[in-house]
Ligand binder design. Sequence first.
Ligand SMILES: C[S@@+](CC[C@H](N)C(=O)[O-])C[C@H]1O[C@@H](n2cnc3c(N)ncnc32)[C@H](O)[C@@H]1O
Ligand SMILES: [Zn+2]
Length: 259
Amino acid sequence: MLACPVCRDSLFFGDGALRCSGGHSYDVARQGYVNLLGAAEPANADTADMLDARARVHAAGVFEPVTTLLSSLTEGRRRVMEAGSGTGHYLSAALGSASDSIGLGLDVSKAAARHCLRTDPRIAAIVADVWKPLPVRDRAVEVVLAVFAPRNLPEFARILRTDGRFIAVTPRAGHLVGLRDAYGLLDVPTGKAEQVAAAAAEFFDLIDTRVVKYRLPVSEALARDLIAMGPNAFHQVPTSVAASTITIDVTVQVFQPLP
Ligand SMILES: C[S@@+](CC[C@H](N)C(=O)[O-])C[C@H]1O[C@@H](n2cnc3c(N)ncnc32)[C@H](O)[C@@H]1O
Ligand SMILES: [Zn+2]
């Protein structure tokens, strides 16, 4: 499934490293991930603290309806890549129950790669930048997921099988609106899904769109984790966050590659 970021040849595992026939090799870190970034981790990579907060939010089931929907939309698919995979929570769900499914968790954060490996043994974790040519062979994957994560549309189209699916999850204006208003968090720009559809039209047909919207009560600790797991964590996380009822409001779009 993997391609050498230098010469694009297939990568194979041997002698503790990934190697291509062109003689390039990439060490597997002690924790089990492979770093194909070829540069220092950028400042916007999620930190270990953000990932721990995200893992607690997922463990508490805050995004369970989104997870269940993604799992049903990817049923029977066994080669899945998640771009900006974070903890690997959605990737693991998308792999279903088959033991021979293979997930590729691609994230620019080493802490995310470490987390992914702990989430599901079927996940191979790669540290790479989604905006660079992806270290994945042409038409090698059945599903690409981008859940609250950056989307490299031409590259997603290249690595997807002709019958594959690209699934994007983006926030709507109402997403976490109460928390955002109360704590001055970054705004969600409106019309995100429409922008994704317009940009994707060059490579994909949009075949399904679902809005997932619900409210649920969260404890103080969980409300703080919802702030600490996102981009606001790069600025400031309030020390005390009140328990409240939050709104989850997202769009899930399913695309198939143009013939
Ligand atoms: C908001 S988190 C979403 C994580 C996961 N998809 C989820 O919803 O639980 C965005 C993730 O994208 C990663 N990321 C940001 N920029 C990236 C890039 N250029 N290439 C790869 N990953 C990136 C971050 O490190 C972070 O783990
Ligand atoms: Zn090579």
